[in-house]
Design a protein around this ligand. Structure first.
Ligand SMILES: Cc1cc2nc3c(=O)[nH]c(=O)nc-3n(C[C@H](O)[C@H](O)[C@H](O)COP(=O)(O)OP(=O)(O)OC[C@H]3O[C@@H](n4cnc5c(N)ncnc54)[C@H](O)[C@@H]3O)c2cc1C
Length: 435
């Protein structure tokens, strides 16, 4: 399937001296599969896709892009590729998927191609968990550089908060370690500032003991939407950090894989992950069940963190709210009449208590985020007076809005770091900070 790199007339156009992995040119087997973004709006046409087997390969590809003056981009899975690397060199890090777990230090070290599923599987035998998100197929590095909002974030913070060090290939070809005592400004920027500062070739981060969880979905009829959201708004004030929840107003597919009780129905879906025993979770959730019930179907159960499948919602619209007046709740219930999915998710806990050395992940006072997967005419205008105007890098498809993911001060500092480490804006594809 993959073609080893050889010098031919076509390949002579862009040479990759020293590159050892497979290289795919347009029209060749492997090209379409490896250039793919999961964002259907992006149809990238790189001059070639180079599958890196190690940091030396990434460096060879980077130096080739410099030498030829063509765009350069990195991709692990394509889950967060929102801009095409047309005419350039696209490096796939997928083969560099190593995961090492040190259970004594509670630390994982991963290659840039590792996905959360790989880390979950490697950490689970030690009763440890990473700060992963809703999908095991998402790349650890891209997710973490963009902040990383997972189902343990209220307890342990954003994934970016737990990074200990990173090996980084800089725009000039130098390979450096970013850590508190080595390139501290770069280390700061990487923890939420996205992938525009260098190519991360290895990442080290904390794991957390999570021996048991109670998790899953509970479905209620859509008629309960207004009263559930109202109850949710006050319930979240006293929710302990161990519990993460979202209320989702969703049209369930009329699909055989969907349980019969909710197949094809419009529902209120409560997503729950509690890092602790089932009885405690049930006690905590009782007021929400009382407001929304009776349930059509309850799929919550005790289990391990690695088994918990929380599912994500594709983002067409995102707003962050520090306060949630009645007008917002009413607009969301109305939006559900048109949208396939409206997800209202509780932030707070450790996410709102960054350490003094935390990176640039911003908008930490957010109480609730709202994600809508469908364009609902008029909704953005209705919510605008109440929303903070900020966004979260990992949930942002439009690279032109990157600045909105940060406070003004952090954005200014990110630009300084960009100027210091990538003055010519060599890394310019995707959600990058301008230098
Ligand atoms: C189904 C789904 C579920 C999701 N769930 C969550 C969630 O729960 N929480 C959350 O926070 N986010 C979530 N996301 C968003 C996700 O974290 C981002 O899209 C992230 O960028 C994906 O990283 P990736 O490596 O998989 O994607 P890719 O498309 O491979 O990479 C995305 C970007 O990451 C950067 N990047 C990747 N590797 C490197 C590297 N080695 N060095 C430097 N930069 C690099 C590059 O800028 C690249 O353009 C989800 C996305 C999807 C599609």
């Amino acid at each position: 399937m993959s073609q080893p790199y050889r010098t031919t007339a076509v390949r002579d156009e862009i040479r990759l001296p020293g590159f050892t992995g497979p290289v795919h040119l347009p029209g060749e087997p492997g090209y379409d599969e490896t250039r793919r973004s999961l964002n259907p709006a992006v149809d990238a046409r790189p001059a070639l896709v180079a599958e890196a087997y190690g940091a030396g390969d990434v460096r060879a590809a980077l130096l080739a892009a410099r030498a030829h003056g063509v765009p350069f981009a990195v991709q692990a899975t394509g889950h967060g590729t929102h801009a095409p690397c047309d005419g350039g060199i696209l490096v796939r890090t997928t083969p560099m998927a190593s995961v090492l777990v040190d259970p004594a230090r509670r630390v994982a070290r991963v290659g840039p191609g590792a996905c959360w599923g790989d880390v979950l599987a490697a950490a689970a035998p030690f009763g440890l968990a990473p700060l992963s998100g809703s999908a095991p197929g998402v790349g650890v590095t891209g997710y973490t550089l963009g902040g990383g909002l997972g189902w343990l974030a209220r307890k342990h913070g954003f994934a970016a908060d737990g990074v200990l060090r990173a090996e980084v290939l800089l725009a000039d070809g130098r390979h450096v370690t970013a850590a508190p005592d080595s390139h501290p400004d770069l280390f700061w920027a990487l923890r939420g500032g996205g992938g525009g500062f260098g190519v991360v070739t290895a990442l080290e981060f904390r794991l957390h003991p999570v021996p048991e969880v109670f998790s899953g979905f509970v479905y209620f009829p859509i008629e309960a939407a207004a009263r559930t959201l109202e109850a949710y708004r006050s319930w979240i004030d006293d929710a302990p950090d161990e519990i993460s929840t979202a209320v989702v107003l969703r049209r369930m597919p009329d699909d055989e894989q969907v349980p019969a009780a909710v197949r094809g129905r419009h529902v209120v879906l409560l997503k729950v992950l509690y890092a602790g025993p089932a009885e405690q979770a049930r006690r905590l959730l009782a007021p929400l069940y009382a407001a929304a019930g009776p349930a059509l179907l309850d799929e919550t159960r005790p289990g391990t963190y690695a088994e918990a499948a929380m599912g994500g919602t594709p983002v067409r619209h995102l707003d962050l709210f520090d306060t949630v007046p009645d007008e917002v709740l009413a607009a969301l219930v109305r939006a559900a009449e048109t949208a396939q999915t409206v997800e209202i998710r509780h932030w707070g806990g450790a996410m709102s208590r960054p350490g003094p050395d935390a990176g640039p992940v911003s908008h930490r006072s957010t109480r609730l985020s709202v994600i809508v997967d469908t364009v609902v005419p008029g909704l953005a205008e209705e919510l605008r007076p109440y929303a903070g105007g900020g966004t979260f890098l990992n949930f942002l498809a439009d690279p032109a809005r990157t600045a909105a993911a940060y406070t003004r001060a952090d954005y200014a500092r990110l630009r300084e770091v960009k100027r210091a480490y990538d003055p010519d804006a060599f890394f310019r594809v995707g959600h990058v900070i301008p230098s």
